[in-house]
Design a protein around this ligand. Sequence first.
Ligand code: EGV
Length: 388
Amino acid sequence: MIEQALIDDRAVDLGDANLTELELLAERSGINLADGHARQVLTTSQQRIVEGLAELFQEAQRSSVPRLDRQAQTAFLTALGQRRAVACADVLTCYSSSVAMEILARSAHAVGLRRVGLIHPTFDNIPDILRGIGMRLVPLPEELLQAAGPMSDVDVELMFVTTPNNPTGTVLTEDQLARWAAWCAARGVVLVLDTSFRGFDPRAMYDHYAVLDDAGVQWVVIEDTGKLFPSLDLKTGFLAFARNLCLPLRRIYTDILLGVSPLILRLVVALSEDAASGGLASLHRTISANRAALRTTLSEPGLGHWPDPDNRISVDRLALPPGLEATTVAEDLRGRGVQVLPCPKFHWASPTDGERFIRVALGRPEQAVRQGAEIIREYLLEQRGGLS
Ligand code: EGV
């Protein structure tokens, strides 16, 4: 029997749910280690920014919105090492990175692009948005993107790479990006990066825009403040692109929105400046401590293993012991009061490959991660006993 559950008071087949529907379910009860949003405790300096919100509102009211918009873009991009962006990118500020992605996909479709190479695995709303708009998808396995040998010939018009990737944390190095940028430039392929998780990993903070600009490729980069700052989803996505880009991004953008609230822009400026002066380092310590707590709690033999040892982003995959399936495990864990994501939908081209993995969110108070990990541990110990 397929389990049903109430999501927003609608009955939804869990066998059919996308990852975001499972995340909505996770907000209803129990320990929520499902969505990848930033829900860790505010740092002291972030707390101070929040306490000044009324003041930020007044400032935003008095400011010129275009200037504030540019300030938010510059403060965020430079905090994350993307200095060349200030000189070479046009940037459209969006409500979220998913809205930026929708605008990108519609724009590509409008000029007739259909064949899209997409990193595999990755969060399911990316293939779902692209397919929903009418794109035909070709999976690009992470191993292919990282291979040092001769570049295989993939027949695509647009290439979409999430880096660091969600859920694996895999980062496209500067050399790899340069190779793919040259490859795309030579073939007239549009190169799109989704860098929503870059702020977690210093290895993803080299200046991507310098590499893209120097390669002379047609490029788009989707950035996101939402995964980093625990600001109750007051956030922006940035749609950054080459000045000579052949896609009608501005036209489609204006079909959808006029702009983002200047209060959010002002908040992004404050949080980005804080990130540059110690906030990012503090975030890295928080995520690292939560990852250590999770992995230590589940370190006993027979409880699975960590397939992404170098992952630094705010989610972590556990490879389940042989014989267990993620869909069942996630359902069982929900029954015990902890919510994680089963990984089949991340493997959008071959879902059963994802049954070996669950994804655990780490952007949470450390206590929530510890308690969740303890429940997962007890469950897996019982399963180990039952299976042997
Ligand atoms: C993650 C959910 C959507 C997404 C969650 C996410 N938002 N579907 N528009 O932000 O990794 O949990 O990225």
